[in-house]
Design a protein around this ligand. Structure first.
Ligand code: GFB
Length: 326
């Protein structure tokens, strides 16, 4: 049985900042089952990096709860190629939304960090207190530093002003509405698409980046959304909290699983010229499980469901390799 909530969400005006992304959409789906008033604003109407506009919009809509899911995100290559945008856009969004939330009296704010902000060579599984205890992974240093600043902005507002601003560290996420672009996306959607296209074309070889030996943990975005609601209700602490499933696998194992699910039977070739990134980053999830949350979607089932979603939404345009995310 879950303990009584620390914070009662019912009847609250909840703003999901970043509602068009994979995480934001999952949060909206989950929140639509709650007795809350949902607030969203399209990017064309509000640029979250513009402080005055953010404050004017918030004054008009008076959110009581803010979930900051808006961020510039991408896979290992996008991070390595565009450090300026990953650093600047994320810093600006965090600064404006978190400071405006404090100034305008938001009751509860949840900031989403990432497991990649831990030091590169952390002991496994990674406990929350390892944050800032060692050098970062080079390929996503800019993004990691921006996210660390977001955590610190929440902590500073808690310490100095007593705000109930909390932060979480999700592991690598996947699910519907992910970025399936093979160049910019994360490994799971990128491989789903690459293997699917190889099977459709009858290719005999698929190239997977790196050595295949790095280990990664994956969490379905529906599980993440559930965890976020759970934290809003049951968590209030200045130390950010991990969200993961506690299990990892190698990229080779992931590729073999995806090959099986997509029905691809050819060869898998690893390309060592591409970066491996962090060797491993499995989260210790004992703090969040002690609060009564547990992941529900096993990886293989989640990948199958995501593949069905991809087939339903992408294949018409995927064939020419020029699609945009819906
Ligand atoms: O998902 P991914 O880009 O993110 O890559 P990270 C994970 C691993 O998969 C790396 C390998 O070892 C890649 O070399 N990989 C193999 C591939 N084939 C592919 C492919 O086709 N595409 C991609 N993308 N990878 C990101 C960070 O790190 O994790 C972000 O850069 C963010 O900042 C995110 O935090 C959660 O796990 O390495």
């Amino acid at each position: 049985m879950t303990a009584a909530a620390l914070y009662d969400l019912s009847g609250k005006r909840v703003w999901v900042a970043g509602h068009r992304g994979m995480v934001g959409r999952a949060l909206l789906r989950r929140l639509s089952r709650e007795a809350v008033e949902l607030l969203t604003v399209p990017r064309e109407e509000l640029d979250l990096t513009e402080g005055a506009a953010v404050r004017a919009w918030m004054r008009r809509h008076r959110p009581q709860v803010v979930i900051l899911a808006a961020a510039r995100v991408g896979g290992i290559l996008a991070n390595a190629r565009r450090p300026v945008e990953f650093l600047e856009q994320n810093l600006r969004i965090e600064l404006e939304v978190i400071s405006a939330s404090a100034e305008l009296g938001v009751e509860k704010l949840l900031f989403l960090g990432s497991s990649c902000i831990y030091p590169r060579d952390c002991p496994q599984p990674i406990r929350e207190e390892y944050l800032l205890t060692g050098p970062l992974e080079e390929t996503n240093r800019a993004y990691a530093l921006a996210k660390i600043c977001g955590l610190e902005l929440c902590r500073a507002r808690r310490r100095q002003e007593g705000r109930d601003f909390i932060a979480c560290m999700p592991t690598n996420l996947y699910g519907p509405h992910d970025d399936f672009d093979p160049e910019t996306g994360h490994v799971l959607p990128a491989l789903l698409r690459r293997f699917h296209e190889a099977k459709s074309r009858g290719d005999t070889e698929v190239v997977v980046w790196g050595s295949g030996t790095p280990r990664r943990e994956f969490l379905h975005v529906e599980d993440l959304a559930e965890a976020c609601l759970h934290l809003l209700r049951h968590f209030s602490d200045e130390i950010p909290i991990n969200i993961g499933c506690g299990r990892d696998l190698t990229i080779r194992e992931l590729a073999e699983t995806i090959a099986r699910i997509t029905g691809y039977r050819g060869r898998i070739r690893f390309d060592p010229a591409r970066p491996d990134g962090t060797p491993e980053k499995r989260l210790d999830i004992s703090r969040i499980t002690a609060l009564g949350w547990r992941p529900q979607i096993p990886l293989e089932e989640g990948i199958r469901e995501t593949y069905r979603w991809f087939l339903a939404h992408h294949t018409a345009r995927a064939a020419d390799g020029a699609e945009q995310m819906p």
